[in-house]
Design a protein around this ligand. Sequence first.
Ligand SMILES: [Zn+2]
Length: 399
Amino acid sequence: MTPAATRALTLINASLGMPAHRGAASSVRVVDARITAVGCEPQPGDRVVDLEGDRLLPGLVNAHEHLQLNSFPPLEHGPRFRNVRAWIAEVSLRARTDAAFRAVVDAPRDRRLLHGAVKNLLSGVTTVAHHDPLYPALTDAGYPVRVVEHCGWSHSLGIDGEAQVRHSYERTPRDVPWIIHAAEGVDDEAAQELDRLEALGCLAGNTLIVHGVALGEAGRARLADAGAGLVWCPASNLRLFGRSAEVADLVARGRVALGTDSRLSGACDLLHELRVAREAAGLDDAALQALVTGSSARLLRLADRGALEPGMLADFLVLPRSRTLSEADRGDVRMVVVGGRMRYGDRDYARAMGPASQWLDVTVDGRRKVLERELADRLTRAHVTEPGLEFPDAAWRAA
Ligand SMILES: [Zn+2]
């Protein structure tokens, strides 16, 4: 993962609360890629960056993603499926019959994984729960976001079968999250999957069910009573099935994290997903923020993420002072910091965070931003093309 920043950093005049209840500005000090103090004075020799009242949040945790599946154009099919297996059959058909789709499938996997990282980073995500094999590129020191490494997972009962699902659960330590797609549909088969997981002995405090569209009130109560959690992906649910999981009761019990799934079915990024979540469940700003910070870190058992406290990783998202997460888009993002190192944001912060040679001017959705030059160079070399991200410096591109 990202090398530690070498010089201590203190961010001053940061707003740490919700916009509607903003208290006095505070400061956060970072040494060796971790927060060492909150509400402190800068120490001699620190790099000091004045946030001038902008909001400082923990880097967001995207609780469900398939990082290699984000280069596809959206599949236009309408919300007509009863069960995820029918949608998977549709995707398989496209891969066999649609040459453009096939070309994306056949692109080098490391390129596609890098694309998935950029999708997340630009939206303020610094940690991703990737639901596929932990490919070597994902733990490479240069990979732009952190990927959850300590988890067990199975795809689903439909794909893996009961024996493999049970084996996956049994070999996962009980203090490590175990994650599975389940109840992803609106038919009886989807509705019965929680019972099947419970009968297999796979429903316990470390279980995280992704989707849960078919869970009824009783099922959700059993999930919460077991100490398990739900990873909610409302954009994907609505696109495939025309309805999302019901989550209000589970949110109230602190058992929900938010994930994007991949762009094959989900939102374009986690900020968009938050808007969909707000519309789908009517949650307030504080509840929405918890789904991608404190709750997601807790359910994924990431003890050093999701809050701004001493000892936590120095992963940050900076937003304009009055902007809530569900109002923001990636053009609004003022700064994304991973391990004390700025990777993306606005030019004024880039100037304060490092020398001019470290940054490249880009546009994101028509807004002038900067990207860390090393990352921009990697994207260019790998031929990653993220819609909306443009490198206007043609001379640099040709170099
Ligand atoms: Zn998924």
